[in-house]
Each structure stands twice: as C-alpha cells, then as structure tokens.
Design a protein around this ligand. Structure first.
Ligand code: NAD
Ligand code: UDP
Length: 360
C-alpha cells in the first residue's frame, strides 16, 4: 500500500516525501514540473537512500491519473499539486481555478473510482482572509480575498460536500501558515522562479548577494515594531504534520481542518535580524509602502493540531534561518543548472523509478 503524493517535487512535497520514506512509507509521486525540477526528486532519493516510482504528468490528465491508480495500490493521497502565487492568481484567475479546483475534482473522481477515500489536502491560512483577529482558530470566519485563496476555500467546500455525500471519506484540510526553512542536509529547499514574492527567500537571496536590498512593505502597522507579523513554520515540522494527519485519517472519518503553524508571530524586522545573525551577512533594506491585501498580524492557534493530531512544531526561527541559509549558500541557483538537460528530454507521461531516472 502506497501514499500517492501529488506535487511531490515541489517545496513542501519534497520535504514530506523525505519524512514519509524515513518513516517507512511507500510513496508514488506525480508532478508536471510546472514549478519544480527533477533534481529535487533525485535529492529525495539521495537523502533517504530509497527509490520510489515517479510519474511526470499533469493531475488534470485523467488517462495518466488512471494509469497511476491502476498500476499502484494507493492507500491515501497527499495533494500538494497546485498553483500558489497570489499575484499571478489575480492576473490569470481561470488558470488558477482550472489547476487547483478542477485538478482536485479530477483527482477525487479518480480516488472514488478506485475506492481510495483518504485524503490530506494542502490548504492555507489564506482561507481566513485578511482578518486581524489573532490567534486564528479553525473556527475563525473564512473569507478569501484573492483568486488563489478562493481556490483553496472552494476546494475545502467541495471536499466537505464529498464527505457529506459519502461518509466513508476521511479528509484532513491542513491550513499552513508561513512555511520556511529547508532540510538540514542543505540538499532540498525552496527554489522560487524569478524574484521571490515571499519574505524568507527574498532575505536569503539578499544575504547571498543575488538581490541588492529588501523592500519592507510598511512600518506603520499596529505591531511590536510596525512591520507585519507572521507565523513562520519550519518546512520539516510542516512535513511531519502530514504524517500525523495521515495517521489520523486512518482512524477517523469525515472532514477536519487543522492549523499548522507554531502559534507565535515574528515581525519582518525580527526575521531580518535573526537572519543577519545566523548568516553573518548584513541585509540592507528600505521601508516602502504597504503591500495591498496584507494583514498586520497573522498567527495560528495550534491547540487543535496538538490535541487531535498529537503534533506541534519544534523548530524555532533560529533553525529556520540556519537551514534556509545552508540551502541558499549551497545552492545559490537553486536546482536549475543540474536539471536543465533532463527536463528538456522528458516525455509527457513517464513512469520511472527515481533511481533509474537519476542515471539518465
Ligand atoms: P510548489 O509550487 O513548490 O509545489 C507544488 C508542486 O505541484 C510543484 O512541483 C508543481 O510542479 C506541481 N504541480 C502544480 N500543478 C500541477 C499539476 N496540475 N499536475 C501535477 N503537478 C503539478 O508549492 P509548495 O510551496 O510546495 O506548496 C504545495 C501546496 O501547499 C500548494 O497546493 C500550495 O498552494 C500550498 N500552500 C503553500 C504555501 C507556501 O507558502 N509554500 C502556503 C500555504 C499553502
Ligand atoms: N514582506 C516584505 N517584503 C517582501 C516580502 C514580504 O516586507 O519582499 C512582508 C509582508 O508584508 C508580510 C511578511 O513579510 O508582512 C510575510 O510576507 P510573505 O509574502 O512571505 O507571506 P504572507 O504575507 O503571504 O503571509
């Protein structure tokens, strides 16, 4: 019995694959590399010393998905595959509804066809909209404020309808706060395309000399130092949360939402200072206008995940910065160079064990 991981080559997916393999799970990975590189799969294998089947395919491709389910005995699905850039979702909303919402519907149809009814879904704290009511509990009012957030909210509602229609489904909606950091080995991490939108990869690219200076979006928020406060969570803690959610859905039917954060908020300036200390580099910055749509403060109440999943984050901002810095220093260009040739030679749907694929 295997766990199907969609989007397993991506940032959170790759770290979760490592933890699943380390824990002895069998995994099957699918990804279309729309926002990732084959190199990350090779490194999952390298870190864990394990091989796993991989399909290069789009979740929207029903035929290819059918092939995955027919060739493997799938017990549960962790669904990471999706598009995640808020700004881009405003420019091309239809592409976001297509990839995120339709992609999930197609996946669930296939799961239903094969009687696989255990699902862990990557939701987001963005489903709480721009609330300033903190800490945010799972019962805080929902209301997304951009197309990306609306795709997550719609999917959550679709999954609730599905569970309502058939009580044998077990679904965990994991609402991530701000994932940062990288694997301790420095071999896998976040590899954004172009100029990063998020704070942590931006800071680390300034530290390594790829970007000149950080723009801090507003210093007049009603927070400890005027800059925005967020609940940063180490990606390995987040990955572990998926293993706990998998255990939970094995024993409990229905749909449950869980906040995955640390429960503590840090300001932009605190993150800059911590990163400077860890890296020994100075991070020049300029205070600029607030970014449209940003909340002042956002951090999670993590009681439910602690009580019901038996999970809580253990890594603090020092470790988050340390691991990000190690990954950034060791891979200043991300995965790009090593992956270029392999990507060009891939066929649209190709099943391969990552070990074989590595040697091509
Ligand atoms: P990511 O872009 O690194 O990973 C997503 C992976 O899915 C990529 O490898 C991409 O190539 C793949 N993919 C996208 N569409 C696909 C499709 N149609 N078929 C097959 N593969 C496809 O993103 P991430 O940061 O790892 O996020 C994973 C999930 O978590 C996403 O659903 C995202 O919306 C959600 N999430 C992320 C954050 C964050 O800050 N990183 C926060 C909250 C929620
Ligand atoms: N931020 C910033 N400069 C940047 C990117 C982000 O000042 O280049 C701030 C942003 O305003 C917010 C915090 O850093 O207060 C985290 O932003 P990020 O985009 O990483 O996460 P999100 O806002 O989506 O929670």
């Amino acid at each position: 019995m295997a766990i199907l991981v969609t989007g397993g080559a991506g940032y959170i997916g790759s770290h979760t694959c490592v933890e699943l393999l380390n824990e002895g799970y069998e995994i099957v990975v699918v990804d279309n590399f729309s926002n990732s590189k084959p190199e990350s799969l090779k490194r999952i294998s390298e870190i864990t010393g394990k091989l796993f089947p991989f399909y290069q395919m789009d979740v929207l491709d029903k035929k290819a998905l059918d092939q995955v389910f027919s060739e493997n005995t799938i017990e549960a699905v962790i669904h990471f595959a999706g598009s995640k850039a808020v700004g881009e979702s405003v420019s091309i909303p239809l592409a976001y509804y297509q990839n995120n919402v339709i992609g999930t519907v197609i996946l669930c149809e296939m799961m239903k066809n094969y009687g696989v009814k255990n699902l862990v879904f990557s939701s987001s704290a963005t489903v709480y909209g721009a609330t300033d009511q903190v800490p945010i509990t799972e019962d805080t009012m929902l209301g997304a404020v951009n197309p990306y957030g609306r795709t997550k909210l719609m999917i959550e509602e679709i999954l609730r309808d599905l569970s309502e229609s058939d009580e044998t489904w077990s679904i965990a909606l994991l609402r991530y706060f701000n994932p940062v950091g990288a694997h301790r080995s420095g071999r896998i991490g976040e590899d954004p395309n172009g100029i990063p939108n998020n704070l942590m990869p931006y800071i680390s690219q300034v530290a390594v000399g790829k970007l000149e200076s950080l723009n801090i979006f507003g210093s007049d928020y009603p927070t400890k130092d005027g800059t925005g406060v967020r609940d940063y969570i180490h990606v390995v803690d987040l990955a572990m949360g998926h293993l706990k959610a998998l255990e939970k859905i094995r024993s409990k039917r229905g749909v449950d939402a869980y906040n995955l954060g640390t429960g503590s908020g840090y300001s932009v300036l605190e993150m800059v200072e911590e990163f400077e200390q860890v890296s020994g580099q100075s991070i020049p910055y300029t205070i600029v206008e607030r970014r449209a749509g940003d909340a002042a403060i956002c951090y999670a109440d993590v009681t439910k995940a602690r009580n019901e999943l038996g999970w809580s984050a253990t890594r603090g901002i020092h470790e988050m910065c340390e691991d990000t810095w190690r990954w950034q220093q060791n891979n200043p260009e991300g995965y790009s160079e090593e992956s270029k040739i392999k990507q060009e030679t891939r066929s649209p749907v190709l099943k391969t064990a990552v070990g074989l694929f590595m040697s091509h």
